[in-house]
Design a protein around this ligand. Sequence first.
Ligand code: SAM
Length: 222
Amino acid sequence: MTSKTADAVHFFRAWLSEPLRVAAVIPSGRALSALMVSEVSPEMGPVIELGPGTGAFTRALIAKGITEENLALIEYGSDFAAKLNLYFPRAKIFRMDAAKLHDVVLFNGVRAGAVISGLPLLSMPPRKVLSILDGAFAHLRADGAFYQFTYGPRCPISRSLLDRLGLKANFIGHTFANIPPAAVYRIRHRKPRRTPAQRLLQLPLSPDGQQPWPWDRRSNDR
Ligand SMILES: C[S@@+](CC[C@H](N)C(=O)[O-])C[C@H]1O[C@@H](n2cnc3c(N)ncnc32)[C@H](O)[C@@H]1O
């Protein structure tokens, strides 16, 4: 059996025993892995990966120039964590619940440029999603980004949760070349809002003189 087939079998068994936690019957394919890391570059290291499973996105991150030493892999499943230790011996592997990210020191306090999340957020209660996002953004640089995929029709993080944390989500892309097809979103901090005084002093008006320029009013913003 090739290691890819062995991973697929391992994944399927894990799904059979804990369908809600694993939330997929086979590991993500190449197209989705490529989409997940499409904006990642070596300067964004260190990078945190949540729910790496058998390492589909981890391999894509390494192919993008993120070294194993610059990777923290947060995985709840003990079987998956054991496999990750074998495949990526120089990465920092934490067998833990991603909702407890706040409690760990990952890279001696150096902040990450990106979080790549394969977590099944849609099957988690909002309170848990809140803890995960809160912990992840505590480990990210101010301009860092959180990448999340979903099999659903929209961003798996609700508008109210994004608002509560001062975040915005942008659609990055969709692929049919995955079982099942999936979409990827980038979640970032919103730019600080200008105060009315700042707006009066600095903001140029649109040609009709009525509205500020719509520079952050993109159709796919949430
Ligand atoms: C949909 S699978 C994705 C696996 C892999 N990223 C991929 O795309 O093939 C979800 C993964 O998240 C892990 N997971 C689920 N809940 C978790 C949690 N609270 N903390 C850490 N990992 C979790 C599961 O064990 C599984 O590895």
